[in-house]
Unconditional design. Structure first.
Length: 373
């Protein structure tokens, strides 16, 4: 199989980038011809290691640079950059002759140009829930959604991560497959980890979707009762400064720390008592599965798609309503039930084995091959 994967870049840490990198590495190890096409990588180094047999080609269309222009100029330059990407990408496809092109839902800027490539199967991987991707209250957002919908309907298939998301995409395309994300790592043994007393972990982009502000507000309700407990957040994003101000306003500077992303996140899971996901929505919830793979139970909002597929409530983790009070109550339960928390971690480790790479990667490979055949 000759496959081309299209991503914005692998220059920043992110769940989608990490999963796609793992997938390309696996397929290359199986002998498939794999090329990664980026359009904003430039000369930035890859934050995730790629197999030596994975080729990297950058189209040098840096969409993010357009935001320095005023709207009329920005729209014109956006159109020019889109035309340039289409010309370069279609020339590359004509020269390379791939069997399949795979791109992801957050490549929206150039999705239409990707899906217009002739004489090749085209697949969209939906790494976000359909309602979140296709809903916008702003005029420009609705315009983008119309273009996105047109692009999706040109694809040969959509691969979504959860069964709950599948019916939505079936309104757009005839062929929808469901394949979950694999976990990047799985700890064979979870005994003997030096878990730091009182440590709660949150791994999330500091973006509106992730609602780290909800986690901070929830912890503020219980922090005074449990002075030995604290939160380490790993991630970056546009809400960093607002979250710093929120932490300061609640006098939690010594209890909540915002850390930059790390390539050693596995060790952070292993050294925590439990982790929290406080999102409004998820495409899958990879950080939940990763935490469970380290025997670290999770408190997660029961948001649309993802968490309830992974967590069995009150067995291997806790699901809560999408409000501050219920999240605080579930976190407090974890804090005050040490033995039950440990047993949840053991059960979490056992149940999440179904997402191990050697199991899930075969499903992805079969999905791609079925589309070619």
């Amino acid at each position: 199989m000759r496959a081309v994967f299209v991503l914005r870049s692998v220059a920043i840490h992110g769940g989608v980038e990490r999963v796609v990198a793992d997938k390309m590495n696996y397929l290359a190890e199986q002998g498939h011809d794999i090329t990664l096409v980026t359009y904003e990588q430039g000369k930035h180094p890859c934050v995730y290691q790629l197999n030596d047999n994975v080729r990297l080609v950058d189209m040098d269309c840096r969409f993010y640079t357009l935001y320095r222009y005023r709207l009329p100029v920005r729209l014109f330059k956006m159109w020019m950059m889109s035309w340039r990407f289409k010309k370069r990408f279609h020339r590359f496809v004509a020269e390379h002759h791939p069997d399949i092109i795979v791109t992801v839902s957050n490549s929206a800027e150039f999705l239409l140009q990707i899906m217009m490539a002739p004489n090749v199967k085209k697949v969209l991987e939906a790494h976000g829930a359909y309602p979140a991707i296709m809903t916008s209250s702003q005029f420009l957002g609705r315009c983008k959604n119309l273009l996105f919908r047109r692009a999706v309907r040109l694809s040969d298939a959509v691969i979504t991560l959860t069964n709950g998301d599948k019916p939505y995409w079936e309104n757009e395309v005839k062929k929808v497959l469901v394949v979950p994300n694999p976990i990047t790592f799985y700890c064979e043994q979870i005994q003997g980890f030096e878990r730091k007393p009182g440590r709660i972990l949150c791994v999330a982009r500091l973006e509106p979707q992730k609602r780290v502000d909800r986690l901070i507000d929830a912890f503020a309700l219980i922090a005074a009762r449990y002075p030995a407990w604290y939160i380490d957040v790993y991630g970056d994003g546009v809400e960093h400064d607002a979250l710093v101000n929120q932490i300061s306003r609640l006098n939690l500077e010594s209890r909540i720390c915002l850390n930059p992303p790390t390539n050693q996140i596995k060790q952070e899971y292993q050294s925590s008592q439990f982790s929290v996901l406080s999102s409004d929505y998820e495409g899958f919830g990879l950080v939940i599965a990763e935490s469970m793979a380290c025997g670290t139970p999770v408190v997660s909002t029961d948001c649309t798609f993802g968490p309830s597929d992974i967590i069995e409530d009150k067995v291997d983790g806790l699901l809560c309503k999408m409000d501050v009070k219920d999240l605080a109550e579930k976190m407090e339960w974890m804090i005050t039930h040490e033995e039950e928390r440990k047993q949840m971690g053991i059960k979490a480790h056992q149940s999440v084995a179904r997402y191990r790479k050697e199991n899930v990667m075969k499903e992805w490979e079969r999905a791609y091959m079925s589309l070619i055949e």
